[in-house]
Design a binder for this molecule. Structure first.
Ligand SMILES: Nc1ncnc2c1ncn2[C@@H]1O[C@H](COP(=O)(O)OP(=O)(O)O)[C@@H](O)[C@H]1O
Ligand SMILES: [Mg+2]
Length: 84
């Protein structure tokens, strides 16, 4: 896999300033691969029925995720922090 330090550093820096950071770009640009490669982040695929089921109980969901997480939808990827 090709490393993307420029974008990784920008995302990590932005994440320190805000609880939510939007990552957008053309289809197949590499957003998902980049999101999955971020350090200390949990990648969550909301296309999976199992995750949709977990999200039905937000309190339990936020308790179960790590401090930093990736919450992913078909169109966008953005990180969330538990407890924010
Ligand atoms: N950093 C990378 N190094 C190598 N291949 C990559 C990289 N990022 C993306 N790709 C290739 O491009 C494809 C599309 O990337 P993906 O992250 O799914 O795009 P997006 O989520 O923006 O639609 C991947 O399946 C992979 O083959
Ligand atoms: Mg994607």
């Amino acid at each position: 896999m090709i490393k993307r330090p420029f974008w990784t550093d920008r995302l990590v820096a932005a994440w320190k300033q805000a609880s939510i950071v939007w990552l957008t770009g053309p289809r197949r640009a590499g957003k998902t691969v980049l999101a999955q490669s971020l350090p200390d982040a949990e990648f969550l695929n909301c296309d999976l029925p199992s995750l949709a089921e977990r999200l039905r109980d937000p309190e339990s969901f936020f308790r179960s995720v790590k401090k930093s997480s990736w919450y992913w939808t078909k169109c966008i990827s953005f990180p969330i922090r538990a407890g924010c």
